[in-house]
Design a protein around this ligand. Sequence first.
Ligand SMILES: [Zn+2]
Length: 142
Amino acid sequence: MKTYLYKKAISQWQDRLSISDWNITTERIDANQIEYNGEDYFIGISRNFDEKTAVIHHDIDLNDEAIVHELLHVRYPNKNEEEIVAITSHVLDPFVNWDCELKTAKSMAQKIVKVVYAEDNYYDAYEKVQEIIEKELNIKKL
Ligand SMILES: [Zn+2]
């Protein structure tokens, strides 16, 4: 993953984890700068709670799991490593996400069906349907 993709992924996960007010960047570090304790890679985050800034330091490529894990250290600063690992798997569980998408889709579909039945003017119905979709998608982003 390239830096701009990290940036995109981080900002999307920040939205979902409600920590969008943080400025979170990544920094690739040189393996020579690290003292390894038996691990063969390093990923860690340094956080500044006053300034709401954080830097993810890494010497291997980051993936979604690593990004979510490090962001959860920002979201839940008092949880220990074991708890963060557990929440990471929960957040990444496709069924949890699927359930959420499904609820949004169902609620959108119900509202659209109501409008389509109530409006006999095609153009009014079309505009209202557009409004519903925009509203639902914005709500989901928040
Ligand atoms: Zn950790």
